[in-house]
Write a protein that binds this ligand. Sequence first.
Ligand SMILES: [Fe+2]
Length: 499
Amino acid sequence: MTDLPSRRTFLGLAGVSAATLALGTGAPAHASTPGDVPADPFRLGVASGDPEPDSVVLWTRLAPEPLAADGHGGMPRRPVDVHYEVAEDSQFKRIVRRGHAVASPELAHSVHPEVHGLAPGREYFYRFRAGSSISPFGRTRTAPARHDQAQLSFAVASCQAWYHGHFTAYRHMAAEDIDLVFFVGDYIYEYAINSANLWREGVQLDKVHDAEVRTLEQYRLRYALFKSDPHLQAVHAHAPWVSTWDDHEVQNNYEHVGVTPEDFERRRAVAYRAYYENMPLRRTSLPHGPHMTLYRRVGWGRLANFSVLDTRQYRLPGKSILGARQEKWLHDGLRASSSTWNVLAQQVVMAQIDRDMGPGQTFSNDQWDGFRAERERLLALRTPNLVVLTGDIHRNVAAELKADFNDPESATIGTELVAGSIGSDGDGTRRDNYTDLWLSNPHVKFYDGRRGYVRCTLTPSQLTSEYRVVDYIRRDDRAPVSTAARFVTPAGRPGLEVQ
Ligand SMILES: [Fe+2]
């Protein structure tokens, strides 16, 4: 494992000073003179995330040469000032906030300014300036005020294996009238990319990508490669994101076969740091070595309460998927919620899926089926209007969460919407080898093997969920989008009604 980060690099992680991090999140900066910054530094786009009623976090990462093999994006190894503006209009005539942050090489020249003092429940536009370059603008919005019940539209996405095909689904998502995007894991994949898995036609890749990602520089380069997609950039600029990770942001299933626990901790540390550097996350998610707090709550007035989960970092196989602390935090939050809808944005399938079509029962231990006592404790809360958003399986699935999954007559106590992948697994088909297996579980109401996302609309009286799919992604990004299924979940009546 010679290309693991050295001990010195690892210790250096703890040494990203508080001052450096504060500067990247918007504290006053020393001046750097215009002309310091190479031309065209905004090639990775702009983003925003984690809205609150008066605030939002903005993001950009300077990279004039995003695919520079050393992972530094073509930036000089010194700090650079980045200025931002927030306006009520996309012409930036009515500017409401201005500020600046320092993009430092320690954080791959990313900035995460948190903008406060905004009005609740409204749209804003933002852009950055570095040197004499001005970024494209992004659109964002604040969460509504505490009492507000206004309608909310959002999309759910996951699993974007860039090399498996074009991000056609994002091209369509960028044209949807949505307020928020939930991304529930596998923003990157760590695998070597070569002729065996490069199914995205029309691209050629340098040899440097043909290696499993392990070092900080490799993770940074991998994010840059995926983020070079114009449709992904368009969706980031279209709406604020609320993101969580699954396994591939570090390594498949956190297996760490053949490496010591210490080596895996080092890898986790660099992977978490690169994740933070590349996502619109608040300073509450700053990584500390191999630890990073990603579970959090996003409130949307009285309409909805979103609990964003991390089912990877604290997992103890066979014992716990959330860890004791996160489980308590989740249960406390759900008990205290006075919102109409209680939504979990998380990674792996929660509904019981029996993989034996005969009389026996077989379960996947990588999903909530591997943690049945924990699932029972969660569902026993009988949280009103519980909706679970899921990714991971690269298939579109809609399921009802049951009081007793082995008894179809038992009460339905929640609704699970599994978003199909954006890219992972290439061209899909409506029916595939798993269709019959999944649908043989009576609480699974829908299965579709194509690429796509779920579009949801929440009102005080109902949730509408639409499964948006494309027929192919390998050849080009031109496939049209269609709605494979549409469900309604009335408030007070969990489950799925076909519409
Ligand atoms: Fe995936």
